[in-house]
Design a protein around this ligand. Sequence first.
Ligand SMILES: *[C@@H]1O[C@H](CO)[C@@H](O)[C@H](O)[C@H]1NC(C)=O
Ligand SMILES: *[C@@H]1O[C@H](CO)[C@@H](O)[C@H](O)[C@H]1NC(C)=O
Ligand SMILES: *[C@@H]1O[C@H](CO)[C@@H](O)[C@H](O)[C@H]1NC(C)=O
Length: 112
Amino acid sequence: MEASATQSRIATRALIVALVVIVSAAVSATAKANDGLCGMSQDELVECRPAVATGSATPPPPSSACCAALGHANLTCFCGFKNNKYLPLFGINSTRAMELPSKCDPNQTAHC
Ligand SMILES: *[C@@H]1O[C@H](CO)[C@@H](O)[C@H](O)[C@H]1NC(C)=O
Ligand SMILES: *[C@@H]1O[C@H](CO)[C@@H](O)[C@H](O)[C@H]1NC(C)=O
Ligand SMILES: *[C@@H]1O[C@H](CO)[C@@H](O)[C@H](O)[C@H]1NC(C)=O
């Protein structure tokens, strides 16, 4: 009886340690995403989001804030997300994402 109570305390402690590790890994992954992506901040990415979202047949054109942000973004880096299988999970249509630079400026294209 005594031994099994000790064992279950140890098991509980191991479970808590595992949860703490998982939660802190998730938190640091989120913090990394908050730094932005490819030269764009998280806020700037949010500005562009409606124009690249899945689910709407005709997405709105990118806002001027989004286009201004794209002007200093690293498009080569964004090319790395072309055909990224995780983008749809975030509600992003990668075809639209790749069209975004030319929608802002017809002279600008993402050279992928
Ligand atoms: C993604 O965007 C393209 C171009 O606008 C469109 O043809 C396609 O149907 C969209 N796919 C999804 C899953 O929304
Ligand atoms: C842009 O992104 C690419 C791919 O991630 C990287 O190799 C390159 O150094 C970046 N360029 C700048 C100016 O940050
Ligand atoms: C695109 O390039 C043409 C020719 O160089 C130029 O006349 C036009 O102003 C440019 N458009 C934009 C939006 O920069």
